[in-house]
Design a binder for this molecule. Structure first.
Ligand code: FAD
Length: 388
């Protein structure tokens, strides 16, 4: 049962972040093993489903900068694999005109010269039919935004990794990590040794990091993914170029609400609240909190008159939240050949190619392409537990 292999790097977790990291490592001629606990593809982590939003609209400029290159890398992968992964729809950002959040989105788009359109009350209904702009709300469109085909993207990057000679072993849960100059990784099926390890285990990050004596302030939440039926099929359809949207957080909503045009299920639009109930990732479906539904029904009845304000389909996904909702990209404080990417806080998919590039740079000891200070663990100070 036990097999011994030598690898330059073992990547633990074949979600979007681990798959892109493995791919980048293989591109750099590193002999790489990608380990996944479930049979691929699966629906039990954070990267499954047909669609994700890709956008440059962010409150923080550092994300907008990273997205510039991320778009290029997504396009490169599309070209290399001959597969379409992105569809441009634009992203409509709506929120109280005088709120800090709305102003940050708008100013950041302007400052970074992202192609955009500011809609006033008169032009709004011309461009965005069947949506009611709330009194006092502003509206701005990030024209570069769109939909990423998530499941297809994961399959594509994993296939490209294998084409480069990378090895994927799914249905192999990592049960132990022994740090050292050569790291020993034990799984349900064998033992592997590598010069370095990348941990990209999504909601299971802390369970894996526990083997290395480190715990991060991460909170795993189950998110209800709601699909809402169009009263007239086609009203909010991707083929009619209906945009993705984001309602910024405000006094009423506390967290943002986002939606995607109907696409994967004909006649159904995906609209969710950026929040969820805390859960253990191995017991996700025991979390049955649906307190998000009231707010969604209220907003949908008010802003989307063409939708039936009753969910037609409900699916599940998980977010791994950090206290400030920024990612964690860092090297282990005691073991320099262990690197991790975690806490993507429900907005990490669009960054997959960049996260892969950055984690690869960290593991190879190269200067990271971006300032990683917003993502380092030292920002948590008192909240990070290290047993070492
Ligand atoms: C409902 C929903 C909507 C979202 N919308 C967007 C969006 O519009 N735009 C956007 O950019 N982002 C979005 N996100 C966020 C994005 O999908 C996540 O940030 C991203 O998928 C996180 O990827 P990951 O690789 O870190 O985690 P995961 O996809 O969970 O991957 C981790 C992998 O590690 C494996 N693993 C864990 N433990 C072990 C072990 N012991 N041994 C082996 N393997 C292990 C897991 O099985 C899993 O496959 C959304 C997320 C959700 C849930």
């Amino acid at each position: 049962m036990s097999t011994n292999w030598e690898y330059d790097c073992i990547v633990i977790g074949a979600g979007v972040q681990g798959s892109f990291t493995a791919y980048q490592l293989a591109e750099k001629k590193q002999k790489t093993l990608l380990l996944e606990q479930f049979i691929l593809p699966h629906t039990r982590g954070s990267s499954h489903g047909q669609t994700r939003i890709i956008r440059k609209a962010y409150e923080q400029g550092f994300y907008t900068h990273m997205m510039e290159e991320s778009y290029e890398l997504w396009a490169q992968l599309e070209q290399e694999a001959g597969v379409k992964l992105y569809r441009q729809t634009g992203l409509l950002v709506m929120g109280p005109e005088d709120s800090q959040s709305y102003q940050l989105y708008k100013n950041n788009l302007q400052k970074n010269k992202v192609p955009m359109a500011i809609l006033n009350r008169d032009t709004f209904s011309q461009h965005i039919p069947n949506v009611n702009l709330a009194v006092g709300d502003g509206a701005v469109v990030d024209i570069t935004a769109g939909v990423l085909y998530a499941d297809r993207a994961l399959k594509t990057v994993q296939r490209q990794f294998e084409k480069l000679g990378g090895v994927i072993r799914d249905n192999e849960k990592v049960t132990d990590i022994k740090p050292g100059p050569v790291v020993t990784v034990s799984t349900s099926a064998g033992v592997y040794r590598a010069k370095s390890v990348v941990i990209t285990a999504g909601p299971w990050a802390n369970k894996l990091l526990a083997h290395t004596g480190l715990q991060l302030p991460l909170k795993v939440v189950k998110v209800n993914v709601y699909y809402w039926k169009e009263k007239v099929p086609g009203t909010y359809d991707v083929k009619q170029r209906f945009p993705c949207f984001l309602l910024t957080e405000c006094e009423e909503t506390k967290y943002h609400i986002y939606g995607l045009p109907s696409n994967e299920y004909p006649g159904l639009m995906k609209i969710c609240y950026h929040i969820g109930g805390e859960t253990d990732p191995d017991e996700r479906d025991k979390q049955t909190d649906r307190s998000d539904i009231d707010i969604l029904q209220r907003i949908i009845a008010r802003c989307f008159p063409g939708l039936v304000p009753e969910p037609a389909v409900v699916e599940s996904c998980m977010y791994t939240m950090t206290p400030d909702q920024h990612f964690v990209l860092d090297r282990h404080p005691s073991h320099s050949n262990i690197v991790f990417g975690a806490g993507f806080s429900g907005h990490g998919f669009k960054f997959g190619p960049i996260i892969g590039k950055l984690l690869c740079e960290l593991i190879l000891g190269e200067v990271p392409s971006y300032d990683l200070s917003p993502f380092r663990i030292r920002r948590f100070q008192d909240q990070t537990k290290s047993a070492l």
